[in-house]
Design a protein around this ligand. Structure first.
Ligand code: DOR
Ligand code: ZN
Length: 348
């Protein structure tokens, strides 16, 4: 008899659903296994006001092929937000919180924030409304090495935010370093999401000889073995401060050829919970998968824990290499590779 695990239905606290045909094709992959997803607001036209958020939520849910599925939308922070609309949207749960993208740090972040002090009034509102600030925690500067961006952001920006707004709830998204893990553990009111790819890849998987593997290129870039091990430990050892956020971020193949200006992002939605199960098993922590995938997130966001469950079975399967539908072709993370867990039942 095959080995089984049953866990409360997960939520994914960090997903990119995009827009247009891409959204129509990919939404079902996250909505199949998750009850709720935070839909990142870095669309081509970023989601900066309540009307856009209402429309975007409807659009995602309509394309989810799952009538119970909920998309949760954070506001994309800019230096000139309409603060009346922002406050009302938080009060009415139209925004779950707000996402800070430092300018030009990743895909569609050119509208982001260059001077964090300019949005202190936004942080005050979030703190007062007890809503979460989600952060892409990287500092970009010509003198900062790409591998040190997270550390510099923590030292030069996050520490100041933390000290100035001590009751503000913060999520450091896609933590990628041991330094980030340690910062989260030793500070209050801050949690972190951890992606499968940051627990499976190191920089050797991206920068091979002189060629970058475009399908492993993401922001923040994956780091060293000791970072990977620290992330695995943080996720798997029942630390309530870390939870599931895949950062599944599809780009069409045409943006993913070697030797071009690459778009960063890894699409893992077609096999995400299975990858997490594989990692937790490797860490002898399958009994902690549910805490990470289904409990810590809602607790941090003050939302109910899901009631239904999913069942995974220990069966080998090969992840298809691509998602090909309509005009869209995307490479799956782990495409053509074997995973030893598979979701076999939903709503057990
Ligand atoms: O690799 C990434 N891709 N990191 C991000 O922060 C954004 C994402 C995207 O939107 O493509
Ligand atoms: Zn992201």
């Amino acid at each position: 008899m095959n080995k089984n695990i049953i866990i409360k239905k997960p939520d994914d606290w960090h997903v990119h659903f995009r827009e247009d045909a891409m959204l129509e094709v990919i939404t079902k992959y996250s909505a199949r296994i998750n009850n709720r997803c935070i839909a990142m607001p870095n669309t081509k036209t970023p989601i900066t006001n309540s009307l856009q958020a209402i429309d975007y939520k409807k659009l995602i849910e309509k394309n989810s092929k799952n009538e119970n599925f909920q998309a949760l939308i954070p506001c994309y922070l800019t230096e000139n937000l309409d603060l009346v609309d922002f406050r009302n949207a938080l009060k009415n749960n139209i925004f779950i919180g707000a996402k800070l993208y430092p300018t030009n740090v990743t895909t569609n972040s050119s509208f982001g924030v260059s001077n964090i002090e300019k949005i202190y009034d936004v942080f005050e509102i979030l703190e007062k409304e007890n809503k979460t600030l989600l952060i892409h925690g990287e500092k970009i500067d010509k003198n900062i090495d790409i591998f040190d961006r997270e550390k510099y952001f923590i030292d030069e920006e996050l520490t100041t935010i933390r000290n100035t707004f001590q009751n503000l709830k913060i999520v450091l998204e896609h933590v990628s370093t041991k330094y980030g893990v340690d910062y989260i553990k030793s500070n209050s009111n801050i949690a972190g999401t951890i992606t499968p790819h940051h627990m499976l890849l190191t920089k050797k998987d991206v920068f091979l000889d002189n060629i970058i593997n475009p399908h492993h290129y993401c922001m923040p870039v994956v780091k060293n073995e000791n970072d990977l091990l620290a992330l695995r430990k943080a996720a798997c050892k029942n630390n309530t401060k870390f939870f599931l956020g895949t950062d599944s971020a599809p780009h069409e193949m045409k943006h993913k050829f070697p030797n071009m200006k690459l778009k960063p992002g890894i699409f893992s939605a077609a096999c995400s919970i299975e990858l997490y199960a594989k990692i937790f098993e490797e860490e002898n922590s399958l009994d902690k998968l549910e805490t990470f995938a289904s409990i810590n997130g809602p607790k941090f966001y003050n939302l109910p824990i899901n009631e239904s469950t999913i069942r995974l079975e220990k069966i080998d399967w090969i992840v298809p290499e691509f998602v090909k539908e309509k005009s869209i072709k995307i490479k799956n993370f782990f495409g053509n590779k074997k995973i030893n867990w598979k979701v076999v039942d939903l709503n057990v």
